[in-house]
Design a protein around this ligand. Sequence first.
Ligand code: SF4
Length: 403
Amino acid sequence: MSLENREFLQEIMRKEIKDRKIPISLGKTCPVKCTFCYEMDHSYRQTFDMPLTTQEDWDFILNEIIAFPTRATESWVLGGNEYMEWTDLALHPKAMEWIEEFLEKTDKNIIMFSVGYFDPKRINRLAEKYPGRINFELSVITLGAYRKQLMPKGPSVNQVLEVLDGPAVTSANFYSFGPGTMSEDAKTIAKINKNCLMWMGTLTPLKYIDEKTTTLMRQGKRFLADESQKIYDMNLTNVQMIHTESDITSFLNRNKIIKTFDACELDKKDWVVMAGNVHRVLHMFRRGRARFLYVPNDTLGGDSDCTTLLTFSDVAKRITNQRVIHLPRVIMEKSSNDERDISGVSFDDFKERFPRVRFKVLNKVNSDLSNKKLYEKGYLKNYVEDYLQNPLSKKFEAVAHPN
Ligand code: SF4
């Protein structure tokens, strides 16, 4: 490799490291080929083709990371790069060895995401040796009959169960795909591992997800209530969260949303941007207090319905004759340094497209609110008790989105 090329690759690695990522690469697209993979379309961010990480690269990565100060609340991420395509990094032949070296030579924490390709014995042994330092989020997805369809090249159920059997896995995510899916998985997982957090819900079809997978995801949503009620009745000791449903999250947090809306002190003539999830809440509880500019999540498409994931291009499609438009800060917080949406478009470029419109930013509607505060009510218990058992939720579901 030429010196120039090497310097370029190191520059990309440095960028990842600055964001607390551990930039290992498989040197190819992800071989697991999950049909639900949200990384199928990563055109919203710039990525580079990185070759398979070598020992020399790893030495460089580790030395760079060591130079960073350690913060107790901070974890270094394995499996969520910004400038490299996501893959399951457990598949790198040296992944295990390097994770061990990371834990040995630094005092930093690590957070890793995988569908479970780690050697079960080794990963559990590491978790015992370095208690509290590993945060392992295992993407179980489903252990049932739909597994073959969704993860044709995923690890076997036995492999996943072996990984789960021990202290390594801190959270396991799995979803409803129909009757006896999420609830059966919850039962199986809880039997093997009483400590891991259960992260459940449904997967949302986006526009590039194939039809068969989309149908399955929608079936999962139809049975989410039944599946959740069954798990609720099991009284499991694991912490159980339902956290993938933007409309449910909005309903459960309706009071916070209403309070934040009131604090924005909008006039009833003011136009304010929101996606369907927040629109339903405000339509029910604050109708007529402002003009709601409903914006569908066109960029992501499919069934997505979330204000946090709106883009400027989505908003642009809905602008007609408005003179002043209020925008939630949350849609321009892709990075902390500058104002960009999730697709990377800057607020300044967007404003230039509409010289006759004045955009005002609602600073109170920010990611701090959506990420942290809204998590507080993300428990399965909240969903069952305050959504399924609350007659108001039926009215909420019946609110149609405007044309
Ligand atoms: S393992 Fe992860 S990155 Fe790879 S295809 Fe599956 S979901 Fe996508």
